[in-house]
Ligand binder design. Structure first.
Ligand code: ATP
Length: 206
């Protein structure tokens, strides 16, 4: 399955503000297809990912009510690349298909594929006509993650270190929102890009 209409691939590190930014695009009229949301839906009780995960990893990773035991799986795959790849080989093709299906069903002005791994793995490449990176200084990422998720500084730093670097992401960006300012400033920046994306979605040359 594929998606051939104009679309945006939105990415950024943990706590950079992907959801914050995509919520504004959504209010302006874009349709957001969020890979994290799709992924969570696959691993709740009765989700399409549960039985394949049970087959591959065993009953231990499924809770009594039939959902993925996230804490146990996190423990298993964090810092264990072969196991992480095994889990991703199950989930990523399913996530990709559902994202494309949601994009096809979307009714907004254009689609934004929000995906933290957009630039990290080949499976996500080509999702989005343009790449929009939400960027912010690492120290601000750490502060936001600590505040929001009650993680320690060390835990936040470990997650950031496991993700693509800021430089790598920026090198692949068509557009960048530097999310280190007041919400009002970000709203202005998103609105400016939205006008450009609307024109592109309608095939107008800029
Ligand atoms: P994750 O990768 O963990 O899903 P994310 O990139 O989607 O993170 P958000 O959840 O959008 O990041 O933002 C992280 C936190 O920082 C949230 O609590 C959000 O409200 C806050 N935040 C983001 N941008 C701003 C901003 N410009 N001003 C104030 N708070 C912000």
């Amino acid at each position: 399955m594929d998606y051939t209409h104009f679309s945006i691939g939105l990415t950024g590190g943990i706590g950079s503000g992907k959801t914050f930014v995509s919520d504004i695009f959504s209010q302006l009229g874009a349709s957001i297809v969020d890979a994290d949301v799709v992924s969570r839906g696959l691993t709740v009780s009765g989700g399409a990912g549960i039985e394949p995960i049970r087959d591959a990893f065993g009953d231990d990773f499924i809770t009594a009510d039939g959902a993925l035991d996230r804490a146990k799986m996190r423990e298993r795959v964090f810092g264990n690349p072969p196991e992480r790849l095994r889990l991703e080989a199950i989930l990523h093709p399913l996530i990709r298909d559902i994202c494309f299906q949601q994009a096809k069903d979307a009714t907004g002005d254009y689609v934004i594929f929000a995906n933290p791994l957009l630039l990290d793995l080949p499976v996500w490449q080509g999702m989005g006509t343009r790449v929009l990176v939400v960027d912010c200084p690492v120290e601000l990422q750490i502060q936001r993650v600590m505040q929001r998720s009650a993680l320690s500084r060390e835990q936040a730093q470990a997650i950031i270190a496991a993700q693509a670097s800021r430089e790598k992401r920026l090198a692949k960006a068509d557009d960048v929102i530097v999310n280190d300012r007041e919400p009002n400033e970000i709203l202005k920046e998103v609105s400016r890009l939205h006008v450009i994306y609307l024109k592109m979605a309608n095939g107008l040359h800029l």
